[in-house]
Design a binder for this molecule. Structure first.
Ligand SMILES: [Zn+2]
Length: 291
C-alpha cells in the first residue's frame, strides 16, 4: 500500500504572531531551515512528498520553493496568509487563492494541482470553496477530516479519496473509526503527541480497509529551539505562553526520530500520485455536503 505524504509549509511564529498578537511579521528563518531538513531527510530515503506551501512563505523564500520542485516533489497551495476559509467571503477567498496559486506557479514554473486549506477549514459551511477551486484549475483538494472536530471536520465525509460532483477530487486526512468515534491519526499533533505504536496500529487499520493514509507534518515540528525563545518584541499573553508550552512537546529530535521510523516502515508518494492511482475506480459522491 502506498500512502500520501504531505508537508504544510508555514512559519510557526508568523502564524502565532498574527493569531495571538494581531501583529504581521515576515516568516522566520526557521521555516527555511526545517524545510531544508525535510528535503534532506526525504532525499536520504528516496521518498517524494507534496509540499502545500503558504504563498507568503513562497514570497519570502522563492529559492526554497524552487528547490522543493527541483527535487521532484509536488508543490501545492496552503492559502495566502493562513486565514481560515470559513471566516472569509467567497470573493475574498477566490482572489486570495487565485493570487497564491499564480505566485507559486510563477516561482516553480509548474502548474499547481493540489490545495490544502489552512487548519482544514473547508467545513460544510465552506463547501462553496470547492467550486472556486475547480474554477481556478485545481485538480484535487486535501482539506477534509472526516471527524466531528471543534474547529474543523465533516463527520460524514468518506474516509477514502472520492470525487465531488463538480469533478474535483477530495483526498481526506487519515482517520479511523474506533468505538463509534472518528479519530484523526498520523498527522501534525496527532502524530507528534501520541506514541509511535498508536500510529502503527492506526496505519494497520487503514491498510486493512484498503485505503491510503494521508499523513501531514509541518517544518516547525522539527525545530530544535523551543517556541518560547523567539523574540516577538512584546510581552506574550498567557494563552500564547500556554500554546508555546503545548507546542514544545515532542518537537525537534524526538519528532525527527519518529519521522525516520515512519519513512522506514511505510511507502509514501505525493498526493497527486494517489489521485492518479485511484481516479479510475472512484464514483461521484457528494451527498455528505448537503446540510
Ligand atoms: Zn497550516
Amino acid at each position: 500500500m502506498i500512502h500520501g505524504l504531505s508537508v504544510d509549509v508555514e512559519d510557526y511564529h508568523q502564524i502565532v504572531s498574527k493569531n495571538y498578537l494581531d501583529k504581521d511579521i515576515a516568516p522566520s528563518a526557521e521555516v527555511e531551515r526545517n524545510t531544508l531538513y525535510l528535503l534532506e531527510t526525504f532525499a536520504h530515503v528516496g521518498v517524494k512528498a507534496t509540499f502545500f506551501v503558504l504563498a507568503n512563505v513562497a514570497r519570502a523564500y522563492p529559492a526554497l520553493i524552487r528547490q522543493i520542485a527541483a527535487a521532484g516533489h509536488e508543490v501545492g497551495v496552503h492559502g495566502y496568509e493562513h486565514t481560515l476559509i470559513y471566516t472569509m467571503s467567497r470573493s475574498i477567498f477566490k482572489s486570495s487563492i487565485a493570487r497564491a496559486k499564480e505566485e507559486i506557479e510563477a516561482i516553480t514554473g509548474c502548474a499547481v494541482q493540489g490545495h490544502r486549506a489552512p487548519a482544514f477549514s473547508i467545513t460544510k459551511d465552506a463547501a462553496w470553496a470547492y467550486d472556486i477551486l475547480k474554477e481556478l484549475g485545481f485538480v484535487y483538494d486535501s482539506s477534509v477530516y472526516p471527524i466531528r472536530g471543534k474547529r474543523y471536520g465533516i463527520p460524514d465525509a468518506p474516509r477514502h479519496i472520492h470525487r465531488l460532483t463538480n469533478g474535483l477530487y477530495e483526498v481526506p486526512l487519515a482517520s479511523i473509526k474506533l468505538l463509534g468515534f472518528s479519530i484523526p491519526v498520523a498527522g501534525g499533533g496527532y502524530l507528534r503527541y501520541f506514541p509511535f505504536f498508536w500510529t502503527v496500529y492506526a496505519m494497520k487499520r487503514i491498510e486493512h480497509e484498503g485505503r491510503p493514509a494521508v499523513v501531514f507534518i509541518h517544518p516547525y515540528e522539527f525545530e530544535e529551539t523551543p517556541p518560547s525563545a523567539f523574540p516577538y518584541g512584546v510581552p506574550l499573553p498567557l494563552r500564547l505562553k500556554l500554546h508555546n508550552t503545548l507546542q514544545a512537546f515532542n518537537r525537534g529530535k524526538r519528532h525527527r526520530g519518529k519521522l525516520r521510523s515512519l519513512l522506514a516502515r511505510y511507502r509514501f508518494a505525493p498526493i497527486r500520485e494517489l489521485v492518479q492511482h485511484y481516479a479510475h475506480c472512484l464514483t461521484e459522491k457528494a451527498d455528505f455536503l448537503s446540510p
